[in-house]
Design a protein around this ligand. Structure first.
Ligand code: F6P
Length: 341
């Protein structure tokens, strides 16, 4: 068979491990030919390919990012985009596509599968917010990076008697904040799913200062205050004279400083969480997903995504995979709350 593979959306540690597994399993176990498309759906629309064989995947397992490149191109947002995807696959004799991505990339795969293109999706996101799989690869790596940062911030915070606010990724789901905060012993964790009470956050920080330690607040980039009264205006102007808006982390640090009278600093971890080598857990999960995708293709499956359920890799309909985001449930947040303050 001729299998096409693409990586779409934000990059994620473990993408190269999926590519390696698909190529290794496809070519050596099944006699497949594997074609890589550059930069997500953009490469399929434009017919921009890179041949993939075992030699091309050597050394890929520990490598971060994606050797295929990625983009957020959505063929359905382009004039004639879906038709161009179908035409590329027909012209190149692609029997099945393995799109590796999050909600958006897999949503496109679902629609194309409906148009007759055989698609087996692989879930990817550091946010861990895809509902149909217990875990996505990339998440464990991101949590590891954030957790290490928190460990380091404890020591500098305590030395300077300062509060430190760590802003982590997660626009809609607070999984990274929750896990990194729990593993790093945060004073308080704030997630998008639970609008927070600013007075309670300040009280937790004050309590921590009163006990002789520095507070660490871990906040998802998408967290919001319950009463909506937290300005992200910094009072500073950029080189063009426009007012500079900060993120939620900076806004919180400012309020904590004003209300506790203690110095506070904000650290935005940003894309550091997405870069670099995947953890062993993510390498294994990504590899198992890649192997399962090739098995699914050869079993004749389409319009499905491989997923982790418990310790098993299963297939779920793509429609189910993109139906809703997996948010942090209240019980999970309450477990973390026991340690606040
Ligand atoms: O979905 C992954 C993610 O890293 C989010 O956590 C984050 O909000 C977003 O991508 C950042 O996107 P970009 O790389 O386009 O800035």
């Amino acid at each position: 068979m001729r299998i096409g593979i693409l990586t779409g959306g934000g990059d994620c540690p473990g993408l190269n491990a999926v590519i390696r597994a698909v190529v290794r399993s496809g070519t050596t176990q099944h006699g497949d030919e594997v074609v890589g498309f550059r930069d997500g759906w953009r490469g399929v629309v434009d017919g921009d390919t890179v041949p993939l064989d075992v030699a091309a995947t050597r050394g890929l397992l520990p490598r971060g990012g994606t050797v295929l490149g990625t983009s957020r191109t959505n063929p359905f947002a382009l004039d004639g985009g879906p038709e161009r995807v179908l035409e590329t696959c027909r012209r190149l004799g692609i029997d099945a596509l393995v799109p590796v991505g999050g909600e958006d990339t897999l949503g496109v795969a679902h629609r194309l599968a409906g148009a007759g293109l055989r698609c087996v999706g692989v879930p990817k996101t550091i946010d861990n917010d895809l509902d149909a799989t217990d875990y996505t690869f990339g998440f464990d790596t991101a949590v590891g990076v954030a957790s290490e940062a928190i460990d380091r911030l404890h020591t500098t915070g305590d030395s300077h008697h300062r509060a430190l606010v760590v802003e982590v990724m997660g626009r809609h789901a607070g999984w990274i904040a929750l896990h990194a905060g729990m593993s790093g012993g945060a004073t308080v964790v704030l997630v998008p799913e639970r609008p927070f009470d600013l007075d309670a956050v300040v009280a937790h920080c004050q309590h921590r200062f009163d006990s002789g330690f520095s507070p660490i607040v871990v906040v998802s980039e998408g967290a919001v205050p319950a009463d909506g009264h937290l300005t992200t205006a910094t009072g500073q102007r950029d080189a063009f004279g426009h007012e500079r808006l900060g993120g939620i982390g900076e806004a919180l640090a400012r309020v904590i400083e004003q209300r506790t009278g203690r110095e506070s600093r904000a650290v935005v971890l940003g894309h550091v969480q997405r870069g670099g080598t995947p953890t062993p857990f993510d390498r294994v999960l990504a590899t198992r997903f890649g192997l399962a995708a090739v098995r699914a293709v050869h079993s004749g499956a389409s319009d499905v995504m491989v997923a982790l359920r418990g310790t098993d890799i299963v297939q779920v309909p793509l429609a189910e995979a993109i139906a809703q985001l997996k948010l942090v449930p209240l019980e999970r947040y309450e477990e973390a709350e026991v340690f606040f303050g």
